[in-house]
Design a protein around this ligand. Sequence first.
Ligand SMILES: [Zn+2]
Length: 755
Amino acid sequence: MNASHKIKRGRIAFVLFVFFALLAALIGRFVWLQIVEGDDLSAEALAQQTKNTLISPRRGNIYDRNKKELAVSVQKYVISACPENMHKLEQDIGKIASKLSEILEIDESGILEKLKKEDSKYQLIKRNVDKEITEEIKKWISEEKIKGITFDEEAKRYYPAGKLAAHVVGFTNFENNGILGVEQAMDKYLRGKPGKILSEVDAGGQGVLADESKVIDVSDGANVVLTIDEVIQDIADKALTEAIAQYKVVNGGTVTIMDPRTGEILAMVSKPDFDLNNPSAAPEGADASKWKGTNENEMNFLWNAIWRNKVVAEPYEPGSTFKTITAAIGLEEGLVTPDTTVDDYTFRLTPNSPKIDCHLPNRHGVETFRLSMYRSCNPVYSKLSQTIGLDRFYGYMKAFGFYDKTGLLLSEESLGIFQQKPTNLDMAVASFGQRFTINPLQLVTAYSAIANGGKLLKPQIIKEITDQDGNIVDRTEPEVVRNVLSRQTCDTLMDILLGVVSDPSGTGGRAYVKGYAVAGKTGTAETTKNTNRLGLADVAKQFNVAWSAPIDYKDTERYIASFAGMAPADNPVITVLVTLDYPNMVQHTGGAVAAPVAGKIIEETLEYLGVERKYTERDKKLIPKEFTVPDVRNMEIEAAVAELKKSKLEYIKENMGNTSNTKVISQYPKPGSVVREDSFIVLYMYETDKPVMVKVPDLSNKTVLEATDALNDIGLNIRVKGDGFAVSQSVSPGKEVQKGYEIDVNFEANINLED
Ligand SMILES: [Zn+2]
């Protein structure tokens, strides 16, 4: 972060470039497709259709990986009238208008006006009419022998999951063409081929006999099965929604979950989002009373801020999550090991170059390479990058895929600004993830390569294509793009990243999950106004959309907080990236706000996937089992010990030099007390009203394990509250208590949240 303040000139050039790139993208989107139901357009389309007697194919469904419906086609009806015929056949148009108005619940005078147009062959009455209502009209028509009303079937898209995975699923326009997400990317499979009845049309517009017509069979669309798991998508969506509220996140965020063994995307969430069943409704934050959902400004805003899938279409500066990549290169090339001695003293490329510092200059001094990752020391990575050298560093950037689109089957994917002719200074800053942008999916893909032992896999969003009967027509297989790292480097790196989360000095402590080993890295990248991207409020302003910017909205000092991780560390089944764009909080770092979201998602996802928890010693201390102390008085010592073992309790034998007695005379804690698993019970082998006393040690700043050892060593028990470092203890240091006494110790996650 500090470096970015000091590297101004390069940044401004970069800023301008990105700004213009964005502007170009906006203009491109200007040619938006009609998604609003316009009467004029639809009337025209329908008039054509009735002449051509096209038979529309049924659009295929979109499913999640477990065949839960995400997009389906439902039959609706378009009701129209031929006023010319009505007049020729002397129909009572007043009566017709009145009845249609009643059943369809639309304005009678409007209908009447349309029916009065004697020369018109086609007037649209209402679209999107349900089958039951259509049947009701048909019944009335046949009873009353009404002529001149036509019913056309119209396939409508319905999205049972509404907002869930909205950006991935995408939607269709009113002509049933996919224009976003999978609806667009897989349109050619989903749409099917229309059938046709080719008949000569006579001068009066009447078709000739059907048996003289040529029929081309309709072919319905194929179904698309996504790799997305609706349950995992929901877990990610809920966690991100909560985080956005809790941390006052101004510009939304993303969650991407990938199976690193196959490259399959299990969840992809982008916020803000929208309801697929009404995509142009007023988005959250917009002034609903002024929102029409039809004008050009609103459309541009929707395209650029709401419908945009940030995971693939909104490149960002990754910040410190990128140190993992630099570390991978250093380890692979044999330039560092976890134990290599490094330092975070101020780095300057040349005497006139800008300074690159840790959070505070020279904050951690000499340390091991492993610790530099736990603490996220910028200068260490700048220095390492210079040892790696330009050719090698950027060679790896290419190998990791940062110059290319991932090839995911979503046409919205766009590349960020990756350095084309980098200098040593560019590399020094890139080493900790600044002054370039990549899309979140690229980073998830790179992390997945580390998680799976070094293979860069092509990310997949489509699992299968099935026909209308559910038979598999095509199936996606995992695709290795290239090998990037050796297994050994990956194992070493995973071990370091495990420490980032589990070591008390790591920045990722809030991603810690009991029973599931999480390996990962935090990131906090500055993204001030007009730097690498526009915020929601800026886009709203640009398109003159009434938007209520959040309170305390500052134009400067915006950050994207992130956490990228893999779990379980010994055999990862998921890679997760969480990004939060502008948490409007004092504590805005990746470690403070993104890590806990990732931890929650990882825990719930692994639980859902049925991954078995493996509790570490530390976990056991954090979630102790409690036992009632049995009465072992008057028991032979062997029997007493066996009885305690049944309750998972330890013992300390006190016999005051008298070894002849084999029976327990008294015990502490007393029978019936509730103590933690592994607690010590002091067994007195002699009659005494004077218990053995010990001096309570000072536990401040000790970790759970250290404090436990310190107390156990002198025969005291501990009751752990919280996690992290000891901040208080129930008995002051130096006071004497009897052996076997339980000390309550409060721990706080005094995690290093600087990044
Ligand atoms: Zn440092």
